[in-house]
Design a protein around this ligand. Structure first.
Ligand SMILES: Cc1cc2nc3c(=O)[nH]c(=O)nc-3n(C[C@H](O)[C@H](O)[C@H](O)COP(=O)(O)OP(=O)(O)OC[C@H]3O[C@@H](n4cnc5c(N)ncnc54)[C@H](O)[C@@H]3O)c2cc1C
Length: 445
């Protein structure tokens, strides 16, 4: 049990977003603490596959977009590792995911206010402080802990999503991509493997299994309900949608139109990167020339039913074709869900539910600066505002922008002001540009 003076702020969760916050907070001298239930920093360890890279250039490190002179920058990491010339000559802007994980571990090791093995289980408001009390049990010692703070930042990421048609009991036996590396050996002993989902993670797992299929001899299926295996858009003028300017514009739109836009933007934040599609195609081509059968790619198939035979036998799946309506049954030994992550309200939120602003759908209703409490000044959230802040929300490249704004709120110091303008395009005509406002039309016009 710990009793100390209230911290200025405590952040729950230590993924890249809160780790970046810790790095940028360090020179500001505020009293802060960062708690995570894990034993150490690790970034999606089940998906640290060889050859996979970040989707963002290395400037999307923990600090550079807010403060390129920070000692926590990726370039300083290279310098400290004696690798700067190697990186310079390599001329590759895209870090491998393993490299990003090592870099984050290096940054984390330099901070003395991170506490691992600290799972936050309860949070409540104590008017006598005034502030918040966080309590939980340490994973390593089993001891209880308690800390208090004036402000809170919740950055706990998402939880692996398994389609609802899979019963909770079966879901526990299913392999989600988040646990892929740990399950890979067992999967590769199967005679057939089916991967469901065609985002970047699904594509990475499919490629990994495809490359190694000849050594193991399994039949491999890749199934998606999407109408095609689509490529992540990365044209320059489209990438301007992942900027502070676009984030501010999106925030100001009506809720109905926001959802339409997000559906339309799926190929910006949800597709497969071009180089991976090329690698997959090349491997498929090589396999065909080697006369190797046993690989099937099936778009348009939406999973309707999913159950595992008794005694851990085969998976029995049922799909419906999204365009013809035909139904199909399929039995497979191995199954991988590449079905993404969902935000789940943590149980500790119950103790502060009344202090939080919710939208009509029971989601947080964040302010422009990601405050979710009624005063807009005490409880902040990271990476849960897709519905409010749009596709800028989960992107590593915008973490520094959000963390700069959060630190302004948390410390009262605008230590990391953002550039006045971050795009060439205007998402609505500004005053004095020759496009004269004639009145308010309907959003769908
Ligand atoms: C495989 C993969 C690759 C990705 N690659 C990219 C990419 O290249 N570019 C990009 O922009 N985005 C990428 N993303 C999306 C996004 O950037 C990452 O998901 C990122 O890790 C999100 O960071 P986070 O800090 O929100 O959450 P997380 O990284 O999920 O971290 C949350 C942390 O909170 C902790 N926690 C949860 N509950 C509690 C609790 N009660 N008490 C204490 N601790 C708790 C967890 O242990 C965890 O460490 C990727 C996502 C995945 C899954």
């Amino acid at each position: 049990m710990t009793t100390e003076l209230p911290y200025d702020f405590i952040a729950i969760g230590l993924g890249p977003f809160n780790l970046g916050l810790a790095c940028l907070a360090e020179p500001l001298g505020s009293r802060s603490l960062f708690l995570d239930r894990k034993a150490e920093f690790s970034w999606h360890p089940g998906m640290l596959l060889d050859g996979t890279t970040l989707q963002n250039p290395f400037l999307a490190d923990l600090v550079s977009m807010a403060d390129p002179t920070s000692r926590f920058s990726y370039l300083n990491y290279c310098k400290q590792q004696g690798r700067l010339y190697n990186y310079y000559i390599r001329e590759n802007w895209y870090l491998s995911r393993q490299e990003f994980d090592r870099y984050c571990k290096w940054a984390a090791a330099q901070l003395d206010n991170l506490r691992y093995q600290h799972e936050v289980q309860e949070v409540w408001y104590d008017a006598s402080l005034p502030g918040y009390v966080l309590a939980g049990v340490r994973g390593d010692t089993g001891e209880g802990f308690q800390y208090s703070c004036r402000k809170l930042v919740i950055g706990i990421g998402g939880v692996p999503h398994i389609p609802a048609c899979c019963s909770p009991g079966d879901a526990r036996q299913a392999v989600h991509t988040s646990a892929y590396l740990g399950s890979k050996k067992a999967l590769q002993r199967c005679r057939s493997i089916t991967v469901i989902g065609s985002g970047q993670s699904g594509a990475e797992v499919f490629q990994d299994l495809l490359e190694q299929a000849p050594q193991h001899g399994y039949q491999l299926n890749w199934v998606t309900r999407a109408p095609r295996f689509f490529q992540m858009e990365n044209a320059k003028l489209t990438l301007e949608l992942i900027t502070p300017d676009y984030g501010r514009y999106f925030y100001g739109l009506g809720d109905g139109v926001k959802q339409q836009i997000l559906d339309d933007q799926r190929s910006i934040y949800n597709g497969i990167n071009q180089s991976l599609i090329e690698r997959i195609y090349q491997t498929l081509d090589e396999r065909q020339q080697q006369g190797l059968a046993g690989v099937r790619l099936l778009p348009n198939l939406a999973l309707q039913q999913c159950r595992r035979d008794a005694a851990g036998g085969q998976w029995q799946l049922e799909f419906q074709h999204a365009q013809t309506g035909a139904r199909y049954g399929h039995a497979t030994d191995g199954l991988v869900f590449a079905t993404g992550y969902r935000y789940q309200l943590p149980s500790f939120i119950e103790g502060i539910r009344q202090r939080i602003r919710w939208d009509a759908q029971g989601r947080y209703a964040p302010s422009p600066n990601w405050a979710v409490d009624h005063q807009d000044s005490e409880i902040y959230v990271q990476n849960v505002g897709l519905h409010s802040h749009g596709l800028t929300n989960p992107d590593l490249g915008l973490a520094c922008w959000r963390n700069g704004r959060l630190l302004n709120e948390l410390t009262g110091r605008d230590a990391y002001p953002c550039e006045a303008r971050t795009t060439y395009q205007d998402f609505q005509p500004p005053a004095d540009c020759g496009f004269v406002a004639l009145g308010q039309g309907s959003a769908s016009a």
